[in-house]
Design a protein around this ligand. Sequence first.
Ligand SMILES: Cc1cc2nc3c(=O)[nH]c(=O)nc-3n(C[C@H](O)[C@H](O)[C@H](O)COP(=O)(O)OP(=O)(O)OC[C@H]3O[C@@H](n4cnc5c(N)ncnc54)[C@H](O)[C@@H]3O)c2cc1C
Length: 287
Amino acid sequence: MIPAPFDYHRPRTLDEAIALLAAHDEAARVVAGGHSLIPMMKLRLAAPEHLIDLQDLAELRRIGADGQVLVIGAMTTQQELIASALLAAKCPILRETALQIADPQVRALGTIGGNVANGDPGNDMPAVMMALDARYRLKGPRGEREVAARDFYLGSFDTALKPGEILTQIIIPTPPDGHGFAYEKQKRKIGDYATAAAAVILTVAQGRCSAAAVALTNVAPTPLFVAASGQALVGTRFETSAVAEAVRHATTLAHPAADQRGPAEFRTHVAGVMVRRAIERAKARAA
Ligand SMILES: Cc1cc2nc3c(=O)[nH]c(=O)nc-3n(C[C@H](O)[C@H](O)[C@H](O)COP(=O)(O)OP(=O)(O)OC[C@H]3O[C@@H](n4cnc5c(N)ncnc54)[C@H](O)[C@@H]3O)c2cc1C
Protein backbone atom coordinates (compact mmCIF):
# COMPACT_ATOMS: atom_id res chain seq x y z
CA MET A 1 0.00 0.00 0.00
CA ILE A 2 3.01 2.32 -0.33
CA PRO A 3 3.57 3.86 -3.78
CA ALA A 4 6.85 3.54 -5.64
CA PRO A 5 9.11 6.61 -5.19
CA PHE A 6 8.33 9.64 -7.36
CA ASP A 7 9.33 13.30 -7.74
CA TYR A 8 6.55 15.79 -7.00
CA HIS A 9 6.10 18.90 -9.15
CA ARG A 10 3.67 21.75 -8.50
CA PRO A 11 3.50 24.07 -11.54
CA ARG A 12 1.82 27.49 -11.24
CA THR A 13 0.65 27.78 -14.85
CA LEU A 14 -0.73 25.47 -17.53
CA ASP A 15 2.25 26.17 -19.80
CA GLU A 16 4.62 25.19 -16.99
CA ALA A 17 2.66 21.96 -16.47
CA ILE A 18 2.83 21.14 -20.20
CA ALA A 19 6.58 21.84 -20.26
CA LEU A 20 7.12 19.55 -17.25
CA LEU A 21 5.10 16.78 -18.92
CA ALA A 22 7.13 17.15 -22.11
CA ALA A 23 10.41 17.12 -20.17
CA HIS A 24 9.62 13.86 -18.36
CA ASP A 25 7.66 12.22 -21.18
CA GLU A 26 6.24 8.75 -20.38
CA ALA A 27 7.72 8.83 -16.84
CA ALA A 28 5.29 11.60 -15.81
CA ARG A 29 1.57 11.71 -14.96
CA VAL A 30 -0.59 14.64 -13.96
CA VAL A 31 -2.53 14.37 -10.72
CA ALA A 32 -5.78 16.30 -10.18
CA GLY A 33 -7.86 15.23 -7.15
CA GLY A 34 -5.77 12.07 -6.78
CA HIS A 35 -8.79 9.90 -5.89
CA SER A 36 -8.25 7.46 -8.75
CA LEU A 37 -4.51 7.84 -9.39
CA ILE A 38 -3.18 7.68 -5.82
CA PRO A 39 -5.06 4.42 -4.98
CA MET A 40 -3.64 2.94 -8.21
CA MET A 41 -0.14 4.06 -7.20
CA LYS A 42 -0.58 2.54 -3.75
CA LEU A 43 -1.58 -0.75 -5.39
CA ARG A 44 1.45 -0.35 -7.71
CA LEU A 45 -0.87 -0.49 -10.74
CA ALA A 46 0.66 2.88 -11.69
CA ALA A 47 4.20 3.98 -10.91
CA PRO A 48 4.91 7.41 -12.42
CA GLU A 49 8.40 8.69 -11.63
CA HIS A 50 7.19 12.29 -11.83
CA LEU A 51 3.84 13.47 -10.50
CA ILE A 52 2.70 16.85 -11.83
CA ASP A 53 0.07 18.32 -9.52
CA LEU A 54 -2.50 20.56 -11.28
CA GLN A 55 -4.12 21.94 -8.12
CA ASP A 56 -2.60 25.43 -8.37
CA LEU A 57 -3.89 26.01 -11.91
CA ALA A 58 -6.75 28.42 -11.16
CA GLU A 59 -7.20 28.85 -14.93
CA LEU A 60 -8.62 25.29 -15.04
CA ARG A 61 -11.24 25.94 -12.35
CA ARG A 62 -13.83 28.07 -14.15
CA ILE A 63 -17.50 27.20 -14.74
CA GLY A 64 -19.09 29.52 -17.30
CA ALA A 65 -21.46 29.99 -20.21
CA ASP A 66 -20.04 31.08 -23.54
CA GLY A 67 -22.65 31.66 -26.25
CA GLN A 68 -24.49 28.38 -26.84
CA VAL A 69 -22.11 26.29 -24.72
CA LEU A 70 -21.24 25.67 -21.09
CA VAL A 71 -17.53 25.58 -20.32
CA ILE A 72 -16.22 23.68 -17.30
CA GLY A 73 -12.56 23.80 -16.32
CA ALA A 74 -10.97 20.40 -15.83
CA MET A 75 -9.96 21.12 -12.20
CA THR A 76 -13.54 21.87 -11.12
CA THR A 77 -14.34 19.49 -8.27
CA GLN A 78 -17.47 17.36 -8.14
CA GLN A 79 -18.54 19.43 -5.13
CA GLU A 80 -18.17 22.66 -7.14
CA LEU A 81 -20.38 21.13 -9.87
CA ILE A 82 -23.02 20.30 -7.28
CA ALA A 83 -22.90 23.85 -5.86
CA SER A 84 -23.07 25.66 -9.22
CA ALA A 85 -26.33 27.61 -9.68
CA LEU A 86 -25.54 28.00 -13.40
CA LEU A 87 -25.24 24.24 -13.95
CA ALA A 88 -28.29 23.49 -11.77
CA ALA A 89 -30.32 25.81 -14.03
CA LYS A 90 -28.84 24.94 -17.42
CA CYS A 91 -27.59 21.36 -17.17
CA PRO A 92 -29.00 19.70 -14.04
CA ILE A 93 -27.93 16.16 -15.01
CA LEU A 94 -24.38 17.13 -13.94
CA ARG A 95 -25.52 17.82 -10.38
CA GLU A 96 -27.68 14.69 -10.33
CA THR A 97 -24.72 12.58 -11.48
CA ALA A 98 -22.09 14.20 -9.25
CA LEU A 99 -24.30 13.53 -6.22
CA GLN A 100 -24.13 9.80 -7.03
CA ILE A 101 -20.32 9.70 -7.15
CA ALA A 102 -18.65 8.23 -4.06
CA ASP A 103 -19.14 10.33 -0.92
CA PRO A 104 -18.66 13.98 0.13
CA GLN A 105 -14.96 13.48 0.98
CA VAL A 106 -14.16 12.12 -2.49
CA ARG A 107 -16.33 14.75 -4.20
CA ALA A 108 -14.52 17.55 -2.35
CA LEU A 109 -11.25 16.72 -4.12
CA GLY A 110 -12.16 14.57 -7.15
CA THR A 111 -12.35 16.66 -10.31
CA ILE A 112 -14.52 16.52 -13.41
CA GLY A 113 -11.36 16.44 -15.55
CA GLY A 114 -9.90 13.50 -13.65
CA ASN A 115 -13.21 11.68 -13.83
CA VAL A 116 -13.52 11.95 -17.62
CA ALA A 117 -9.78 11.64 -18.46
CA ASN A 118 -9.19 8.60 -16.25
CA GLY A 119 -10.64 6.11 -18.75
CA ASP A 120 -12.08 3.84 -16.04
CA PRO A 121 -15.40 2.43 -17.35
CA GLY A 122 -16.73 2.74 -13.79
CA ASN A 123 -16.50 6.54 -13.80
CA ASP A 124 -19.95 8.11 -14.01
CA MET A 125 -19.32 11.37 -15.89
CA PRO A 126 -18.12 9.98 -19.25
CA ALA A 127 -21.52 8.50 -20.22
CA VAL A 128 -23.21 11.74 -19.21
CA MET A 129 -20.76 13.66 -21.41
CA MET A 130 -21.58 11.33 -24.30
CA ALA A 131 -25.33 11.87 -23.84
CA LEU A 132 -24.74 15.65 -23.75
CA ASP A 133 -22.48 15.45 -26.84
CA ALA A 134 -19.71 17.25 -24.93
CA ARG A 135 -16.26 17.97 -26.36
CA TYR A 136 -12.98 17.83 -24.49
CA ARG A 137 -10.39 20.57 -25.09
CA LEU A 138 -6.85 19.18 -24.86
CA LYS A 139 -3.62 21.16 -24.77
CA GLY A 140 -0.14 19.81 -25.36
CA PRO A 141 3.25 20.86 -26.66
CA ARG A 142 1.88 20.98 -30.22
CA GLY A 143 -1.09 23.20 -29.39
CA GLU A 144 -4.79 22.72 -28.71
CA ARG A 145 -7.39 20.39 -30.15
CA GLU A 146 -10.89 19.17 -29.32
CA VAL A 147 -12.17 15.60 -29.20
CA ALA A 148 -15.84 14.64 -28.88
CA ALA A 149 -16.62 12.63 -25.73
CA ARG A 150 -18.26 10.08 -28.05
CA ASP A 151 -14.83 9.52 -29.74
CA PHE A 152 -12.58 9.83 -26.69
CA TYR A 153 -12.82 6.38 -25.07
CA LEU A 154 -10.82 3.69 -26.86
CA GLY A 155 -10.63 0.91 -24.25
CA SER A 156 -10.34 0.32 -20.54
CA PHE A 157 -7.99 3.10 -19.28
CA ASP A 158 -7.23 3.92 -22.92
CA THR A 159 -8.32 7.31 -24.26
CA ALA A 160 -7.58 9.67 -27.15
CA LEU A 161 -5.27 11.74 -24.87
CA LYS A 162 -1.80 11.76 -26.43
CA PRO A 163 1.39 11.77 -24.34
CA GLY A 164 2.07 15.31 -23.14
CA GLU A 165 -1.56 16.47 -23.42
CA ILE A 166 -3.65 17.88 -20.58
CA LEU A 167 -7.44 18.09 -20.61
CA THR A 168 -8.17 21.76 -19.94
CA GLN A 169 -11.92 22.23 -20.49
CA ILE A 170 -15.15 20.38 -21.10
CA ILE A 171 -17.47 22.10 -23.55
CA ILE A 172 -21.14 21.18 -23.42
CA PRO A 173 -23.76 22.41 -25.92
CA THR A 174 -26.32 24.02 -23.60
CA PRO A 175 -29.36 21.72 -23.58
CA PRO A 176 -32.60 23.50 -24.56
CA ASP A 177 -34.73 24.93 -21.75
CA GLY A 178 -37.28 22.37 -20.62
CA HIS A 179 -35.23 19.36 -21.74
CA GLY A 180 -35.69 16.06 -19.91
CA PHE A 181 -32.75 14.43 -18.18
CA ALA A 182 -31.92 11.56 -15.85
CA TYR A 183 -28.92 9.63 -14.59
CA GLU A 184 -30.05 6.31 -13.11
CA LYS A 185 -27.38 4.31 -11.29
CA GLN A 186 -27.71 0.89 -9.67
CA LYS A 187 -25.03 0.37 -7.03
CA ARG A 188 -24.63 -2.03 -4.15
CA LYS A 189 -24.15 0.70 -1.55
CA ILE A 190 -23.33 4.41 -1.22
CA GLY A 191 -19.82 5.03 -2.57
CA ASP A 192 -19.83 2.05 -4.92
CA TYR A 193 -19.21 2.14 -8.65
CA ALA A 194 -22.23 1.27 -10.83
CA THR A 195 -23.42 -2.26 -11.42
CA ALA A 196 -24.87 -0.46 -14.46
CA ALA A 197 -26.03 3.10 -15.04
CA ALA A 198 -27.75 5.06 -17.80
CA ALA A 199 -27.77 8.72 -18.83
CA VAL A 200 -30.68 10.07 -20.88
CA ILE A 201 -31.16 13.55 -22.35
CA LEU A 202 -34.27 14.24 -24.42
CA THR A 203 -36.64 16.89 -25.63
CA VAL A 204 -40.40 16.67 -26.11
CA ALA A 205 -42.57 18.79 -28.40
CA GLN A 206 -46.38 18.42 -28.39
CA GLY A 207 -46.08 15.09 -26.62
CA ARG A 208 -43.61 13.62 -29.10
CA CYS A 209 -39.94 12.98 -28.53
CA SER A 210 -38.01 15.37 -30.78
CA ALA A 211 -34.46 14.40 -29.72
CA ALA A 212 -32.99 11.75 -27.45
CA ALA A 213 -29.53 10.56 -26.43
CA VAL A 214 -28.76 7.48 -24.31
CA ALA A 215 -25.41 6.38 -22.86
CA LEU A 216 -24.31 3.65 -20.44
CA THR A 217 -21.76 3.38 -17.60
CA ASN A 218 -19.74 0.30 -16.57
CA VAL A 219 -21.22 -2.32 -18.89
CA ALA A 220 -18.28 -2.52 -21.33
CA PRO A 221 -14.57 -1.62 -21.32
CA THR A 222 -15.63 1.94 -22.26
CA PRO A 223 -18.72 4.05 -21.63
CA LEU A 224 -21.22 3.38 -24.42
CA PHE A 225 -23.17 5.88 -26.49
CA VAL A 226 -26.22 3.99 -27.78
CA ALA A 227 -27.28 5.98 -30.83
CA ALA A 228 -29.95 3.41 -31.78
CA SER A 229 -31.73 3.84 -28.42
CA GLY A 230 -32.15 7.56 -29.03
CA GLN A 231 -33.33 6.93 -32.60
CA ALA A 232 -35.91 4.43 -31.33
CA LEU A 233 -37.52 7.20 -29.26
CA VAL A 234 -37.47 10.13 -31.70
CA GLY A 235 -40.87 10.77 -33.26
CA THR A 236 -42.70 8.55 -30.75
CA ARG A 237 -44.96 9.40 -27.81
CA PHE A 238 -42.88 7.04 -25.67
CA GLU A 239 -45.28 4.18 -26.37
CA THR A 240 -44.40 0.95 -24.52
CA SER A 241 -43.06 -0.59 -27.72
CA ALA A 242 -40.76 2.41 -28.41
CA VAL A 243 -39.28 2.34 -24.92
CA ALA A 244 -38.84 -1.45 -25.16
CA GLU A 245 -36.98 -0.97 -28.45
CA ALA A 246 -34.68 1.64 -26.88
CA VAL A 247 -33.97 -0.75 -24.00
CA ARG A 248 -33.34 -3.61 -26.42
CA HIS A 249 -30.71 -1.63 -28.33
CA ALA A 250 -28.93 -0.73 -25.08
CA THR A 251 -28.84 -4.29 -23.73
CA THR A 252 -27.66 -5.58 -27.12
CA LEU A 253 -24.68 -3.22 -27.06
CA ALA A 254 -23.82 -3.79 -23.38
CA HIS A 255 -21.22 -6.49 -22.74
CA PRO A 256 -20.16 -6.23 -19.09
CA ALA A 257 -17.70 -8.61 -17.48
CA ALA A 258 -18.82 -10.73 -14.55
CA ASP A 259 -17.42 -9.18 -11.36
CA GLN A 260 -18.21 -8.80 -7.66
CA ARG A 261 -21.32 -6.85 -8.73
CA GLY A 262 -22.80 -9.90 -10.44
CA PRO A 263 -22.70 -12.11 -13.52
CA ALA A 264 -22.66 -10.53 -16.98
CA GLU A 265 -26.32 -11.48 -17.66
CA PHE A 266 -27.46 -9.76 -14.45
CA ARG A 267 -25.48 -6.58 -15.16
CA THR A 268 -26.85 -6.47 -18.73
CA HIS A 269 -30.38 -6.83 -17.35
CA VAL A 270 -29.71 -4.02 -14.85
CA ALA A 271 -28.49 -1.81 -17.72
CA GLY A 272 -31.87 -2.29 -19.39
CA VAL A 273 -33.72 -1.44 -16.18
CA MET A 274 -31.61 1.70 -15.76
CA VAL A 275 -32.35 2.80 -19.35
CA ARG A 276 -36.08 2.28 -18.88
CA ARG A 277 -36.12 4.22 -15.60
CA ALA A 278 -33.98 7.02 -17.03
CA ILE A 279 -36.27 7.40 -20.06
CA GLU A 280 -39.35 7.51 -17.82
CA ARG A 281 -37.83 10.03 -15.45
CA ALA A 282 -36.46 12.21 -18.26
CA LYS A 283 -39.82 12.20 -20.03
CA ALA A 284 -41.64 13.17 -16.82
CA ARG A 285 -39.21 16.08 -16.32
CA ALA A 286 -39.42 17.41 -19.89
CA ALA A 287 -41.54 20.53 -20.18
C1 LIG B 1 -13.88 5.43 -2.38
C2 LIG B 1 -14.03 5.96 -3.77
C3 LIG B 1 -15.22 5.78 -4.43
C4 LIG B 1 -15.37 6.28 -5.74
N1 LIG B 1 -16.56 6.11 -6.38
C5 LIG B 1 -16.74 6.62 -7.61
C6 LIG B 1 -17.99 6.51 -8.28
O1 LIG B 1 -18.96 5.95 -7.78
N2 LIG B 1 -18.09 7.05 -9.52
C7 LIG B 1 -17.05 7.70 -10.13
O2 LIG B 1 -17.21 8.20 -11.23
N3 LIG B 1 -15.86 7.83 -9.51
C8 LIG B 1 -15.69 7.30 -8.27
N4 LIG B 1 -14.47 7.44 -7.66
C9 LIG B 1 -13.37 8.09 -8.38
C10 LIG B 1 -13.39 9.60 -8.14
O3 LIG B 1 -14.54 10.17 -8.76
C11 LIG B 1 -12.12 10.24 -8.74
O4 LIG B 1 -11.99 11.47 -8.12
C12 LIG B 1 -12.12 10.44 -10.24
O5 LIG B 1 -12.27 9.23 -10.93
C13 LIG B 1 -10.78 11.01 -10.74
O6 LIG B 1 -10.71 12.36 -10.49
P1 LIG B 1 -9.43 12.95 -9.79
O7 LIG B 1 -9.53 14.42 -9.88
O8 LIG B 1 -9.34 12.38 -8.41
O9 LIG B 1 -8.27 12.43 -10.74
P2 LIG B 1 -6.85 11.79 -10.43
O10 LIG B 1 -7.00 10.59 -9.57
O11 LIG B 1 -5.92 12.85 -9.96
O12 LIG B 1 -6.44 11.35 -11.91
C14 LIG B 1 -7.08 10.27 -12.56
C15 LIG B 1 -6.41 10.05 -13.92
O13 LIG B 1 -6.75 11.10 -14.80
C16 LIG B 1 -5.55 11.80 -15.22
N5 LIG B 1 -5.91 13.21 -15.21
C17 LIG B 1 -6.46 13.92 -14.19
N6 LIG B 1 -6.71 15.17 -14.57
C18 LIG B 1 -6.29 15.28 -15.84
C19 LIG B 1 -6.27 16.33 -16.80
N7 LIG B 1 -6.77 17.55 -16.50
N8 LIG B 1 -5.75 16.09 -18.03
C20 LIG B 1 -5.27 14.86 -18.34
N9 LIG B 1 -5.27 13.82 -17.49
C21 LIG B 1 -5.77 14.03 -16.27
C22 LIG B 1 -4.48 11.43 -14.21
O14 LIG B 1 -3.18 11.48 -14.78
C23 LIG B 1 -4.88 10.00 -13.87
O15 LIG B 1 -4.43 9.12 -14.85
C24 LIG B 1 -14.30 6.96 -6.37
C25 LIG B 1 -13.08 7.13 -5.69
C26 LIG B 1 -12.95 6.64 -4.40
C27 LIG B 1 -11.63 6.85 -3.70
